[in-house]
Design a protein around this ligand. Structure first.
Ligand code: THU
Length: 162
């Protein structure tokens, strides 16, 4: 038996104003996207903004449903919409933020496992890593370079081949 370790890395910006300009703009678009959240069941709004290689920014927000599993996270709303609207344009970056009606979200909110899996597919599809910018309502911002640093044991399309 042998044990292995996987290390993930990310950058912390205690003051989000210190983020590179492009990241800050994308984060602001994710904040704007919060208004599109339909979240009467969790009262937890999530906003996402996707930057594409052609410079376009696509926004998404979580959409809930009385049949809970029928809802969809903000990240997947944005990624699927970007793919549907801008066919075959690589995804460069994704910013995510969240607000709760019940408490102040002071920590960065990472994408859930299913959203990570969709990000993994997007990276494989275009052969490019996605830069992920995370911030709550207040507190630090995190920057994570690529799905490897979020979901190291991702299932990727190559696994379907012999
Ligand atoms: N949610 C997202 O939109 N993104 C995530 O990565 C985690 C969770 C949404 C789903 C649901 O509408 C609410 O947050 C509470 O889970």
């Amino acid at each position: 038996m042998k044990k292995e370790e996987i290390k993930v890395s990310y950058s912390i910006f205690q003051n989000p104003e210190e983020l590179p300009e492009k990241d800050l703009v994308l984060l602001q678009r994710a904040e704007k996207a919060l208004t599109g959240s339909y979240s009467p069941y969790s009262d937890f709004r999530v906003g996402a903004a996707v930057l594409l290689a052609n410079g376009e920014i696509v926004e998404g927000a979580n959409q809930e449903n009385a049949a809970y599993p029928s809802g969809l996270c903000a990240e997947r709303v944005a990624l699927f919409y970007a793919s549907a609207k801008y066919e075959n344009i690589p995804v460069v970056a994704l910013a995510i933020t969240a607000r709760s009606a019940r408490f102040e979200v002071t920590r960065p909110v990472p994408p859930c496992g299913s959203c990570c899996q969709v990000m993994a597919e997007t990276e494989s599809r275009f052969g490019e890593q996605i830069r992920v910018i995370l911030r709550g309502e207040s507190g630090p911002a995190f920057v994570v370079e690529g799905i490897n640093n979020l979901l190291p044991f991702m299932f990727h399309p190559e696994m379907l081949k012999k």
